[in-house]
Design a protein around this ligand. Structure first.
Ligand code: ZN
Ligand code: ZN
Ligand code: CA
Length: 460
């Protein structure tokens, strides 16, 4: 989450964009053209198994998915097809009962132990469904071979009752007597508390949890029946931490040391040193916002050279970078979006694919092909071979590695580059260019990319 007003405006905008884009194309999934390859049918060479091994995440929701308690079931119906396409983990939206009841997207948490099984806030089920439906989804994801990540909102709470607050001298909405009976809270569990006046940030005027309080840290992670350990025992394998700028990164570090699992933080900042500081202090991965902003400049702003010149977490700390093009909060890449996916899936980092992009907005067959390329070819480190405003060419040095050519101009382009391969026949694994090429004894070759498209080359 970001600042509240900004946030809600953005959400309105996003909802508008999503409903606009979803109507015409949402039949892609069942209506693939016959001449396109499924992920299983990709050209495959048994020697080509050196791709990205850090996995690919699916963000399994968008802002304001259909309400009515059917979402867990919808996602359950997708997990096996995602797994066969090469997705390795799914990030689910926040699963507990929130102030806005069955309308809540999940970022206004009220009762961390109500998963749609207590009648409060006007509803038993959450927007996404019941506890039974959630646990069924988690088992289905595991059966398909996917990890499941929980969205954890622990900066703030919402929906408490008004109480006299001696710490402020006034009345605050800080009384949380919840139906689960677990983790009731009062004024001293929030800032300002007797432990600490404030922390790194607040989310609007929502009561801001004081993690320094032993009662709060006990319930959130350290007790045997804490939120972290309970969610782990429900089958969650990892965590996406919301709004980590709102509290100290040691909170995340303690959570992981108590409950284990993969972690990624939403440290929303375009400055790679800010994001790196969060990674160093928390020990978990971070969404690569610096990469996102560079891609916005490159793909929406018409300057692909920004991909070469900009600092990104996936360049400076690839094993901790979760790269992404769109999420539930933003949709910055408004043109050449598939090309942005071609970028993140042919570079370092753990790519995270956005539900709407995959299921309705973009060509699923082309995304599945890029996922295949990521898993099978994208290894080693990147060297940029050429970049200007409408062309970007880079190679990954692994074995066999790849050369990616992105072209946002309106004509087909070609260029001579130096590869890692000596006198080798290479082909474009995307199928966008159908002719093969042969590298010289000095590893040079001329490759091409169609207008507003891309090609990804490797040994045949
Ligand atoms: Zn957020
Ligand atoms: Zn339901
Ligand atoms: Ca805070």
């Amino acid at each position: 989450m970001k600042k509240r007003i900004d946030f809600f405006l953005k959400c309105l905008l996003l909802v508008g964009i999503l409903s606009w884009t979803s109507c015409s194309k949402d039949k892609d999934f069942t209506n693939l053209p016959d001449n396109q390859l499924s992920a299983d049918d990709q050209p495959f060479n048994a020697n080509l198994k050196a791709g990205n091994t850090s996995g690919i995440i699916m963000q399994g929701f968008y802002w304001n998915v259909t309400a009515g308690g059917t979402w867990w079931g919808t996602v359950q119906g997708k997990v096996s097809s995602w797994a066969s396409a090469g997705i390795t983990a799914v990030w689910l939206p926040p699963c507990c009962k929130c102030q806005s009841g069955n309308q809540s997207v999940g970022y206004d948490p009220y009762d961390y132990f109500d998963f749609g099984n207590f009648n409060q806030m006007g509803t038993t089920e959450t927007r996404y469904g019941s506890k039974t439906e959630l646990t069924s989804l988690i088992s289905a994801a595991h059966s398909a071979g996917l990890k499941v990540y929980a969205d954890i909102v622990i900066n703030h709470n919402a929906g408490g009752s008004l109480q006299a607050n001696p710490n402020t001298g006034g009345n605050t909405y800080t009384s949380f007597i919840v139906a689960s009976g677990l983790f009731n809270r009062g004024y001293n569990d929030f800032h300002p508390s007797t432990y600490e006046k404030s922390d790194e940030g607040t989310f609007g005027s929502y009561p801001d949890l004081c993690h320094v309080s032993p009662y709060v840290s006990g319930w959130l992670w350290s007790n045997s029946n804490s939120v972290a350990k309970t969610y782990k025992s429900m089958g969650y394998d990892g965590w996406r931490f919301d709004y980590v700028k709102g509290f100290h990164p040691s909170v995340v570090k303690s959570w992981i040391s108590s409950a284990g699992g993969f972690g990624v933080g939403e440290c929303w900042d375009g400055n790679v040193s800010v994001v790196q500081s969060f990674v160093s202090a928390s020990g978990v991965s971070a969404f690569d916002f610096p990469c996102l902003y560079a891609m916005q400049t490159a793909f929406t702003g018409g300057n692909l050279a920004a991909l070469s010149t900009s600092a990104m977490l996936c360049k400076s700390n690839p094993s901790k970078a979760v790269t992404f093009v769109t999420n539930h909060d933003e949709n910055y890449i408004t043109s050449n979006k598939l090309l942005a996916y071609a970028f993140i899936l042919t570079h370092e980092g753990t790519p995270c694919i956005f539900y709407t992009d995959y299921e309705s907005e973009l060509n699923k067959t082309k995304l599945n092909n890029l996922i295949w390329i990521n898993k099978n070819l994208a290894a080693g480190t990147t060297t940029v071979l050429y970049a200007d405003n409408d062309e970007y060419i880079a190679k990954m040095s692994g074995s066999p590695g790849l050369v990616v050519y992105i072209n946002t101009s309106s004509s087909s382009l070609s260029r001579s580059v130096t590869t890692n391969w000596t006198s080798a026949t290479i082909k474009d694994y995307t199928g966008n260019v159908t002719t093969t090429a042969i590298t010289s004894s000095s590893k040079t070759v001329t490759i091409s990319a169609p207008a507003k498209s891309y090609s990804v080359w490797s040994t045949q």
